[in-house]
Design a protein around this ligand. Structure first.
Ligand SMILES: [Zn+2]
Ligand SMILES: [Zn+2]
Ligand SMILES: [Zn+2]
Length: 343
């Protein structure tokens, strides 16, 4: 039976998502067949090569993204050719002491993407999280706080509102406003915040973390770079739930920043919520996004949230310290009926 379109508040159809993302991501390529996308980088160019320690951190950031986004492969190179092919978009990374971390332009630039990781950034130089943030720009992501629907989630003082890195430029969105996204600037807490960005009343987590990609960050990147099976990532479709599962231990923070929910920290291997990469692998194989299950013919159904769990948005009986009494609709624990949907 054909299902009716699964539009819920805040959700957009696959076609609409696709159209919006084409605008949002500057170097978006129309990928019909998933393929490994190699990002060649060079960190040793004079006059500002990365120190050994900074280079190690850079590599760690690359590995984290490769783990979360299986279609991405970061490859060190010291020339503009690789295996006889010209590298058309080389990521040049330098460590110039100007107190700042940045990339020039969002998306991969031809012939060079340029990144600076200042050793004198902040108190102790760039963290791995800072580097992940910059790499996400290279992969096509803009700042979350520059979304034009940010009002209420972040507050900006008048002087900042129109500045280059704060003005509203992201007019197309992937999913709900994501206060957990790594693509924010840190927000000011405590006193003395008059001239800085602060969390707004609608923020559901503290914006500005540099710990990891949020679940929505992961979903977005895997939508842009659909996963490719390999030795490291080998999803299988479960006969129990019809979902794809890779079996990897990548769900320990599936309710980030509130820990793990509804699983044992692994993606599958046979049932339960699946990881963002597997959700998007399913989409590349023809699954709908977001997934809707349990339609009873009377309009009651559940939609897959950022945690990989199913949510119906209905009131639940219990409220608790970790729960506001509603099943989802994006994260947190779900109701018993929704739990049963993924076995
Ligand atoms: Zn940035
Ligand atoms: Zn998975
Ligand atoms: Zn429910």
């Amino acid at each position: 039976m054909e299902r009716a379109p699964s539009l819920r508040a805040g959700a957009v159809s696959g076609t609409e998502t696709h159209r919006r993302m084409r605008h949002m991501v500057e170097d978006y390529r129309d990928v019909t067949e998933p393929e490994i996308v190699s990002i060649h980088y060079n960190c040793s160019q004079p006059p500002h090569p990365l120190s050994e320690q900074l280079f190690e951190q850079f590599q760690e950031a690359c590995m984290i993204i490769e783990n979360d986004v299986p279609a991405i492969a970061f490859i060190p190179t010291d020339s503009t050719t690789q295996d006889g092919h010209e590298v058309t978009s080389l990521l040049m990374v330098q460590a110039k002491k100007d107190g700042r971390c940045y990339v020039r332009g969002v998306g991969r630039q031809v012939p060079y993407s340029r990144m600076n990781l200042a050793p004198d950034f902040g108190r102790s130089g760039p963290s791995v999280g800072n580097i992940i943030h910059e790499l996400c720009h290279v992969l096509g992501m803009k700042h979350e706080h520059q979304r034009d629907d940010r009002d209420g989630f972040v507050n900006l003082p008048k002087e900042l509102e129109k500045s280059h890195n704060h003005k509203k430029v992201a007019d197309v969105h992937f999913g709900r406003y994501d206060t957990a996204s790594i693509m924010h600037y840190p927000t000011c807490r405590g006193t003395d915040c008059a001239e800085r960005m602060t969390a707004g009343p609608r923020a559901w987590s503290t914006p500005g973390q540099r710990v990891q990609l949020s679940n929505q960050d992961k979903l977005f990147l895997n939508r842009l770079y659909p996963p490719v099976p390999s030795n490291m990532y080998n999803p299988e479709r479960s006969r129990h739930t019809g979902r794809w599962y890779c079996g990897r231990r990548v769900m320990e923070e599936n309710n980030y920043p509130f820990g793990c929910i509804g699983c044992d920290g692994r993606c599958g291997p046979n049932n339960g919520p699946n990881c963002p990469a597997c959700i998007m692998y399913g989409v590349s194989q023809g699954d709908e996004f977001p997934l809707v299950l349990g339609d009873d013919g009377y309009g009651s159904h559940s939609t897959q949230g950022e945690t990989g769990l199913m949510y119906c948005g209905q009131r639940m009986k219990k409220k608790s310290s970790i729960h506001n009494g509603v099943c989802g609709p994006n994260n947190g624990p779900n109701c018993r009926e929704c739990r049963q949907l993924l076995g």
